[in-house]
Design a protein around this ligand. Sequence first.
Ligand code: DGL
Length: 262
Amino acid sequence: MKPIGVFDSGVGGLTVARELFRQLPGEDIIYFGDIARVPYGIKSRETVIRFSIDNILFLLQHEVKLICVACNTVSSVALPVIRNHFKVPLVGVIAPAVREAVYATKNKRIGVIGTHGTIKSHTYETEIQHLDPEIKVFTRACPLFVPFVEEGWLKGNVVKDVAQTYLKPLKESRIDTLILGCTHYPLLKPVLQEVLGKSVVLIDSATQVAVEVKKILGTDGALNKKRRGKHKFYVSDNPGWFQELAGRFLGEKVKDVAKCIS
Ligand code: DGL
């Protein structure tokens, strides 16, 4: 059976891959991280679209049966434009998070945090209001969170101060649900929860993305259940750096990392 492809601008998409590994243990999974061109969050829409097409074409060379777009910036900026140009199913991270958030909110006030690109695209607001026009959406770009996570700064005064500054307007807007609209943010859950208080529900789309992938493959009769799947990792630069960080995102060491040009 064919493998599943997953791609991200870098290492962060492993938060989604981890959930795919857990829920779909029989699947062969090929992960591509575009380390040479990360970050995508500050790039123009045209550039993100171009990089995304390159990454999809790379995964298609491996004859993948479905591609999971783990990157929030790609899912919100590029996917709405390129989705219908490929035959292979492309599963992004926005819709699963939105469904969960719309279900979770009681006071109809949802916050969304992400990269500059994700927030500027307004995709989250559009999708949320498409499901429930009465919901008010409050957004904020939190670009400093990505380097914090990559440096392993997941707690401490500096991270907490920055989180307090970023989240202040969302707190003042009385959100009861916050979408973590970036691959890296799930690693900051404890500090974000501390700053916002226990009553705010934090939504991380990885679990629901994997549920959706399973559903699509199940409907197509393309699920691989009988064996233990193999995982292969490709990066466009610096496999050593990827390997070093991967442990933090995946909770386990990755062995098979190859450099390629996407
Ligand atoms: N993977 C990106 C995202 O989820 C974060 C890192 C970047 O800016 O490329 O939006």
